[in-house]
Design a protein around this ligand. Structure first.
Ligand SMILES: Cc1cc2nc3c(=O)[nH]c(=O)nc-3n(C[C@H](O)[C@H](O)[C@H](O)COP(=O)(O)O)c2cc1C
Length: 325
């Protein structure tokens, strides 16, 4: 019989531990790469939630705060340690795209020191200083935003939301006039996506935001085409190149390349070389949005913001009330 000494036993134990260690490493690597390739197909917010679980239980229900924070970077920042994505052992992005996505996610999470102080109590919209006419208040706020605008800030840039078959869509446009009778005026291509949506559903919303003095105005109402003469007047006041671009662009339609667009522009420019008067195409013109509801929002540093709603009591007059921030 082969004699087994104590030193043989130690050698066997040592060799088996090395074998077990190598085996564990290989299987772990396989599991990780399989998990990572699954993550590549997941939406970003799910990736954050998973990375917070540190890979210990991937089927765990997402924490309430994470589910609530979907699409809201501020909530994500408050509820998660900012470096959780990078330090998670389960989530190690393999491809450049994944790496970019994870880095990009990090950069959009606002750090606490990015919180800006809002205006002080002296700028609060008090129950005493609120005006009874929303157009007057809009005008005062618009003028104030104008005074504080930076060199490149377009304070008349406004987000216009439309809705078709219960699906909303938003885009920026430029406000080109406002008054209590005609509402808020914008110009565009009537055959664009927004034009199509307005034709089918005239309920629209406008959203202004002015960084200083931290004000937001929401307007909801009905969009109607302005008169032909108003559209002509505005079209003729635009620079020649802008008028040509309006003719050239079949806004919101597919096109194969920028080259095709440039070619069309060149042809149109040639057509009008010696001519300053270019007729407005009938697919281009203005809308006026007659408001039915306004909300004036004044930001406050303590986040106890001021909000006032204006609604129509009849065709001409408005009533207002305060709502909670
Ligand atoms: C600051 C800003 C101002 C804009 N102003 C207008 C405008 O006045 N009219 C317009 O048709 N598009 C304007 N656009 C382009 C629109 O956002 C949008 O791309 C275009 O109207 C097509 O939208 P639609 O496909 O939803 O119809 C502006 C974009 C920006 C960023």
């Amino acid at each position: 019989m082969f004699p087994i000494s104590l030193s043989h036993i130690w050698i066997i134990i040592f060799a088996s531990s090395i074998f077990l260690y190598i085996f564990k490493c290989i299987t772990n690597e396989k599991l990780n790469s399989c998990y990572e390739s699954n993550l590549a197909d997941e939406p970003k917010d799910k990736i954050i939630a998973k990375s917070q679980n540190n890979g210990s239980n991937n089927n765990k229900k997402q924490p309430e705060t994470q589910r609530k924070s979907k699409g809201n970077p501020e909530i994500i920042a408050m509820d998660s340690a900012p470096d959780s994505v990078e330090t998670s052992s389960a989530f190690r992005p393999r491809s450049t795209q994944e790496e970019f996505l994870s880095k990009n996610l990090m950069s959009v999470i606002p750090a606490p020191d990015m919180r800006k102080p809002y205006c002080d109590k002296s700028e609060a919209l008090t129950d005493e200083n609120i005006l009874s006419d929303p157009f007057e208040l809009f005008h005062i706020w618009f003028e104030k935003a104008k005074q504080n605008a930076g060199k490149h800030t377009e304070i008349n840039a406004v987000c216009l939301s439309t809705s078709y078959q219960n699906k909303p869509s938003s885009r920026m446009v430029l406000l080109k006039g406002y008054d209590p009778d005609q509402g808020f005026r914008i110009f565009t291509n009537y055959e664009s996506r927004k034009g199509f949506e307005i034709e089918h559903n005239s309920n629209v919303a406008l959203l202004f935001y002015w960084e200083y003095p931290q004000r937001q105005i929401r307007i909801e109402g009905q969009a109607h085409k302005v008169s032909e003469s108003i559209s002509d007047q505005y079209f003729n006041a635009r620079p020649k190149l802008s008028r040509i671009s309006a003719i050239v662009s079949q806004q919101s339609q597919k096109i194969d390349s920028r080259k095709t667009l440039a070619k069309r522009q060149e042809e149109e420019e040639k057509k009008w070389t010696n001519c300053e008067i270019i007729p407005r195409p009938n697919f281009w013109g203005g809308y006026h949005i007659i408001p039915e509801r306004f909300e004036f929002w004044q930001g406050q540093s303590d986040r106890l913001h001021d909000r006032f709603i204006f609604e129509k009591s009849d065709q001409k007059s408005w009533f207002h009330y305060r709502i909670q921030p």
